[in-house]
Design a protein around this ligand. Structure first.
Ligand code: SF4
Ligand code: ZN
Length: 262
């Protein structure tokens, strides 16, 4: 996933997963003098939720002596997740928020000159996404959720997920044992997500049939190989609005921002 001279941009939310990954990457990074680590925080504009997480993230970066950059939806896109939720948007808050966060992290990582983006998605997140993509009728998206996502055309920074096959419970244990102070408050908009139902279903399955999450992860890997072999990689154009690479005329974020307030 990493080279000795990488400049890693870590997406740091202030939750247990990203704070654990920060602590692990700091240990690794210190062994390689040519490497560099920058924490990227995103303020989505969710009142009563994000402030605490940003405070905890900044506190941990200061303790570890890590450079930290915060970007906000308000500055980048002129709106916030709260404002989008209040508008007549037809999608769930997470559908908008997730797309905008990806774009915000890409922008911040390019801004600091990073060579790779690391995110703290864990095994549980990953298998939930597999089922979500299938339920949304979009299995080709599996290609884009690989643990190491390299864009052969060089239009996107490589994204890595070091916790890709680490169960959420193990990360929680690491965070507790390391004495990390993390945000435990849930996002006020998360209750609407289909992901919550899938999470409950997978937890139930894994409890009843141990190893279900790992098996599903294995199936996704095989499907990803098949999809890649069959050339399910798309041509990219420049978004006619923001210039970012997209398979369509406009990128997902620009389409969403346009439709959210239509
Ligand atoms: Fe955004 Fe949804 Fe995450 Fe809340 S739960 S921060 S709305 S993606
Ligand atoms: Zn765009």
């Amino acid at each position: 996933m990493l080279a000795h001279d990488d400049h890693i941009a870590l997406a740091l939310s202030g939750g247990k997963d990203s704070l654990s990954l920060l602590n692990i990457l700091v240990k690794l990074e210190r062994r390689f003098p040519q490497s560099r680590l920058t924490a990227i925080c995103v303020d989505e504009g969710i009142e009563g939720y994000r402030d605490e997480a940003l405070f905890l993230a900044a506190k941990e970066c200061t303790r570890l002596g890590i450079e930290q950059v915060t970007v906000s939806y308000k500055d980048l896109f002129g709106t916030t997740t709260d404002e989008i939720v209040k508008s007549n948007s037809d999608k769930t808050p997470c559908a908008y928020c997730g797309v905008l966060r990806r774009k915000a992290i890409n922008k911040a990582a390019s801004m600091v000159g990073a060579t790779k983006i690391a995110t703290a998605h864990n095994l549980d997140d990953e298998v939930q996404t597999v089922l979500l993509n299938i339920l949304h009728g979009d299995p080709a998206r599996l290609v884009r959720s690989a643990p190491v996502l390299r864009d052969m055309r060089g239009r996107f920074l490589t994204r890595i997920k070091p916790f890709y096959d680490t169960p959420e419970k193990e990360i929680a244990l690491y965070a507790y044992l390391s004495g990390l102070e993390f945000q435990s408050l849930a996002c006020p908009h998360s209750g609407e997500a289909l992901r919550n139902d899938i999470r409950a279903f997978l937890n139930q399955m894994d409890q009843k049939h141990a190893g279900t999450k790992f098996t599903l992860q294995g199936s996704a890997e095989r499907l990803r190989e098949l999809l890649t072999e069959n050339g399910h990689d798309v041509e990219l154009n420049d978004c006619e609005k923001c210039g970012d690479p997209t398979p369509h005329r406009f990128c997902e974020a620009c389409i969403m921002l346009e439709t959210a307030f239509a």
